[in-house]
Write a protein that binds this ligand. Sequence first.
Ligand SMILES: *Cc1c(COP(=O)(O)O)cnc(C)c1O
Length: 454
Amino acid sequence: MTIVDLPVTAPVTGGPSLPQERRLVTPIPGPESRRRMERKAQAVAAGVGTTIPVFTVAAGGGVLVDVDGNSLIDLGSGIAVTGVGNSAPRVVDAVVAQVAQFTHTCFTIAPYDSYVDVAEALNRLTPGDHAKRSALFNSGAEAVENAVKIARHYTGKQAVVAFDHAYHGRTNLTMGLTAKNQPYKNGFGPFAPEIYRAPLSYPLRDGGLSGAEAAARAILQIEKQIGAANLAAIIIEPIQGEGGFIVPADGFLPALAEWAAANGVVFIADEVQTGFARTGTMFASEQFGIVPDLIVTAKGIAGGLPLSAVTGRAEIMDAPQVGGLGGTYGGNPLACVAALATIETYEAENLAERAGEIGAILFEKLEMLRDADPRVAEVRGRGAMVAIELVDPATGDPDAALANKVAAAAHAAGVILLTCGTYGNVIRFLPPLSIPDHLLIEGLDVVAEAVAQA
Ligand SMILES: *Cc1c(COP(=O)(O)O)cnc(C)c1O
């Protein structure tokens, strides 16, 4: 089947010059999106789901335009990927020029400058002024796997600790690191051995442990159940993403990092979701005062092109043998020039600062909502990575049904909104940093209305 018998009533050019407005010309989903959803069901594996059943034809700034001509407010950035916005001008120019030059050599066959440029940029931008190296991959999960490979090789040890509520991906090793069974792990075992789970700092739900207390609890468990002599690495998201935008209590991450350094354990920060200006600094680790040994990046790195990286201490990164790291597509030239253009955009447009401004609007609006509605237990996050946790006010129990109702109502009103959380009761806000204030505020008003009506 071709696009010929699937009409499109919308522009086909995206980017920031798209009209920055919420405009509904049909119900959501409209008739053309419905037809395509039926076609999808016949062609695409059922396990590949969709959050909002509208088919995209263009996106940019803070909107996504669908095949029916609806313009939706984007509060998700394709899960924190399009930080610089969809089809950001520098990214488009760089990719168009590169695609006409060469599309692939395999960096491990015949290298090219843009890969090394990205490595240098990552070495410069990530926390710490020690000597660093980077290696590039395709997805967040692939980079996490490589960080674990590197840590094991360097330490000569095997065990890896991940935390409650963690999300590290969907490949076999990263499924094992990920905490949540449904939908990520259910039926997909057996999982890789030598993965252990430790308790997190989760201020709303751990009885108010201080960061130091929560770290002591985790460290005691690690020492008693695994032993530092067997432990290659601790991997942790500085702010957990899929797990519910959980911000650990002050002192938790530094205490873990100190313990790791004192015990020959590689401290890996998974900044796949928190990285690249999202939280108000280039990396979230900076806000918690930690300098990870290895830092894993992906999502926001290349304006939507698939790229990921592991960056870290030179002596750790250089440990594996030549040929031990790589892959056919890792650091593809289109993705690399996109990353360079994306990083230039974050820096030239001060998007970390912009994330802080977006965060101020998010907190102001969402705290008003919390103050008016006891079902909103908490507003939390940093910069443009903010969430509300919804509960039954009588018991404090998670209320996933309410979160789903709010998301469905927002979608129907033309706002793309994502949920998350181990208990499915968290609504997360990850707008593109290119969103104009008026759209952000309008989107938040729609969400507030949806909460009130639910
Ligand atoms: C999304 C995510 C991953 C996995 O990235 P993919 O590109 O989907 O493989 C890993 N870690 C974190 C923290 C993520 O948010």
